[in-house]
Design a binder for this molecule. Structure first.
Ligand SMILES: *[C@@H]1O[C@H](CO)[C@@H](O)[C@H](O)[C@H]1NC(C)=O
Ligand SMILES: *[C@@H]1O[C@H](CO)[C@@H](O)[C@H](O)[C@H]1NC(C)=O
Ligand SMILES: *[C@@H]1O[C@H](CO)[C@@H](O)[C@H](O)[C@H]1NC(C)=O
Ligand SMILES: *[C@@H]1O[C@H](CO)[C@@H](O)[C@H](O)[C@H]1NC(C)=O
Ligand SMILES: [Cu+2]
Length: 402
């Protein structure tokens, strides 16, 4: 059965039968995973626990149904690992993304004159709101809604029949060039950039130096070879960009650049980091989870989220306009998956949020509440954080990860 394709290896590895996590448990769930396990296997064990927990809560809900919410485990859409999609399904996704990068923009021309395509509409709102959707209490739910709205646009405006796939960060960490997401084949999201001599990247508020890889220039192979960006870059972490854009009024057509980094994947996409945020010390409260996933830059720790951006390198290292890289969405779906795994395993913390309304609380602002609004501009109607806390909430979210 497809759901548990890794089941036998995983059960051996876990050394125990997978049982559902008690629903009223807020403390660290009792999941015993060998810290020496391969991170892909560790993640598969976590996934099984999550699925068992969801089945259990689904059963509880069926016994004492409240108001119908229009979404259940049985009819939720399923977001899958890029590697588990058939080649035909990958091509269908790629085709829809290329369609969005061709359709005309719907944004107000006086607000975002640099936005030319429907894809740019997503880049533009992200750039415009950068200071209020990162390093704060909106970060996880705003990006969850952002990915959802993009998935809707692919389906409704570009005829895509599937759902948003994710890039499993823990796969091909020894050599990211071998990942089916980045191998440059016609079923990838494009390969590395052309070689461009540069002096690495500075990540994590410019505190963490990352060595150059073998790229740095335009994506050189695959369906997104030389693909065009129109907005940004404003603040790239990679060195060597000649023109920096001011804002979304600054039309800057150019190719999307990459510098794939196995240095990052080997260093940070590890079992220890995965387990810490899902079942370990950093999983105990929402605040701990959120801060650990974002990174502890002064400690030299890039965190899972920023590591994904710096694995791609190039345009994806720009806090403002990283959306230009078409693999942005596969990365953010993976981040959302980790959030979903953590939420399911920590039900008493799952609906909490942490952080203020401003980036690293600069300038200082009040704490975010779950009634704060998530603005996606022309891409979707404004919703509250509370509507984005449950991927099976049905208003409008109704999906799980596999
Ligand atoms: C999904 O399942 C729920 C609960 O059984 C039901 O109320 C809802 O109508 C279903 N939604 C769709 C779109 O089938
Ligand atoms: C964002 O848009 C508002 C208008 O809606 C504008 O005043 C502001 O300067 C923009 N900021 C950036 C960084 O684009
Ligand atoms: C290259 O980057 C490193 C690390 O940030 C820095 O120490 C060095 O001065 C840089 N060299 C040049 C030539 O810019
Ligand atoms: C786990 O996360 C905690 C909380 O942020 C941190 O102090 C600790 O160093 C992390 N452990 C590992 C092994 O990374
Ligand atoms: Cu972002």
């Amino acid at each position: 059965m497809r759901l548990f394709h890794a089941v036998s290896a995983v059960q051996l590895l876990a050394g125990c039968l997978v049982t559902a996590v008690p629903l009223d448990s807020s403390s660290t769930p009792d999941i015993d995973i060998d810290p020496a396990a391969n991170p892909i296997d560790a993640l598969a064990v976590l996934q099984q626990h999550v699925y068992a927990t969801l089945e259990q809560s689904d059963a509880v809900e069926k016994r004492s149904p409240k108001a119908p919410k229009g979404c259940s485990l049985a009819n939720a859409s399923i977001r899958q690992d890029w590697e588990h999609l058939s080649k035909a399904d990958r091509k269908a996704y790629i085709k829809a993304v290329q369609c969005l990068r061709t359709l005309p923009s719907k944004s107000d021309k006086s607000w975002a004159p640099a936005a030319r395509t429907r894809y740019d509409d997503f880049v533009a709102i992200h750039v415009n709101l950068t200071q209020s959707i990162h390093g704060n209490g909106l970060f996880l739910t705003w990006h969850r809604y952002f990915v959802w709205a993009y998935e809707q646009a692919l389906r409704q405006e570009c005829g895509y029949k599937g759902y948003q796939p994710y890039w499993n960060w823990f796969s091909h960490t020894d050599d990211i060039h071998k990942s089916p997401v980045f191998d440059g084949s016609d079923t990838s999201m494009g390969g590395d950039g052309e070689f461009f001599a540069h002096n690495g990247s500075l990540g994590g508020a410019k505190l963490i130096a990352i060595p150059s890889g073998n790229g740095g220039g335009c994506i050189k192979s695959g369906p997104f070879k030389n693909t065009q960006a129109n907005i940004g870059p404003m603040s790239p972490g990679m060195q060597g960009f000649d023109h920096l854009a001011v804002d979304i009024t600054d039309y800057n057509p150019r190719c999307v650049r990459r510098d794939l980094s196995s240095y990052i994947t080997k260093k940070w996409f590890t079992t220890a980091n995965l387990l810490n945020v899902t079942v370990g010390a950093a999983s105990k409260t929402h605040r701990l989870f959120w801060t650990e996933v974002q990174g502890r830059y002064p400690d030299g720790f890039l965190g899972l989220h920023t590591s994904g951006h710096y694995t791609m390198g190039g345009d994806a290292t720009d806090l403002y306009s990283s959306v230009n890289d078409p693999a942005f969405w596969l990365h953010h779906a993976m981040l959302d998956r980790i959030y979903w795994i953590w939420q399911t395993l920590h039900p008493l913390e799952a609906n909490k949020i942490a952080g203020t309304l401003t980036l690293q609380n600069k300038p200082p602002s009040r704490d975010a509440t779950i009634d704060d609004l998530l603005d996606l501009g022309v891409n979707a109607k404004t919703m509250k954080i509370r509507d984005m806390l449950n991927t099976l909430g049905g208003t409008p979210l109704c999906y799980i990860y596999l």
